[in-house]
Design a protein around this ligand. Sequence first.
Ligand code: GLV
Ligand code: MN
Ligand code: MN
Ligand code: MN
Length: 427
Amino acid sequence: SSRIPKINADRFHKTLHETCEKYGAAHRYGQRSDETGMARLTLNDDDIAVRKWLEKEMEKVGCTLKVDSMGNMFFIRPGSKANKALPVAMGSHLDTQPMGGRYDGILGIMAAVEAMRTMHDHNVQTNGPIALINWTNEEGARFSKSMCGSSVWSGQLSEEEAHSLIDVHDKKTTMGQELERSGYLGKMKAHHTAMPLAAHFELHIEQGPILERANGKVGVVQGGQAYKWIQVTINGRECHTGSTPFEDRADAMQSAAKIIVMSKKYARKQGGLASTGLLSVFPSSVNTCPGKVTFTLDVRHKNDASLEAILFEIEREAERICKEESERGTKMDWKISFASTAVKFNANCHSAIQQAAERYVKPEEIMPIISGAGHDSCAASIRCPTAMIFVPSKNGLSHHPEEYTSPEDCAIGAQVLMDSVLTYDQQ
Ligand code: GLV
Ligand code: MN
Ligand code: MN
Ligand code: MN
């Protein structure tokens, strides 16, 4: 429609890369300086700094800020209706993996910044308010629950539990302490009843190879797959590696290693995925058989029932593996630390995205797609009409410093994001 202006693609590109360089570039943490890696872990100094930057920029374009008790930031641009219309939101996250790239989450926020700037430049009048949301700790890389801030907002996670999460690396700082320190422990209750939304749209990179392989430009995300995180602890008995015959050991590492390898086999058998990304060995000595090993399992499947079936098989097989560790056996503790069911996004939001996308790319470049990753939109979708827009990831790579989406594809994504929101607002 003629009322929808064009975003400023150059300004958008510059903002995306300059803020990454300035706030959280991994080389400032001792990594290689020629890399685009990001280490902007939730509520670290760079995350705080980029939040401050965002506040300044949003003030310039006439947005007011509300911060909730999870540090979720809601920037609101008023609509023209004098009534209590709820905001249509553009949300995503600014936190990254310990060695992430410049696009995961960040793209969605910077595209929303560009959308707000464009609407301001062109004096766009919307019916209802438009919101930009920066959700806290989407990654769950520092405080181990993904979609953390958005899940408290949706009511799927309690604020107490979220505040008591402990930094997985230093093993002592809590998320509550970091919210205090940062100044982002807002007074408003983190809950959808305190900050209701009309709808939630999110632009994100695909993080997988599907769009690129199909020459797709815009993915209309239908929903997200189910996943659970398990904290597994194997207890054995420490002993000397030189003097203890195999039969007399209860080697926690042997059990852990077999379980990790086995988990992939059972996940694959049912078309799912299983991964281990955190592992700790105690007491951590070359010549002591580990008495304790803890590790995570991240298990995923497109549907809830198959995910349960995979987990059932892995747990049962893991118990068997522990029993068979020499004659002594090891003992397993299995604790679910995070769960997200499969979600389906909203048809009205899909239609707004489809209409928007058709203005910029060929019909055959628009594809329905399922998200393999979790997103704040999965949590948001429990409480309001929600959908996501994917743009292609080069080589399907993400959670990696070389994560890349071309400036042209990013610009298409930002334009489609703004268009979708304006289209939805006009419905
Ligand atoms: C959330 O980012 C996930 O782990 O998919
Ligand atoms: Mn993300
Ligand atoms: Mn991520
Ligand atoms: Mn994610």
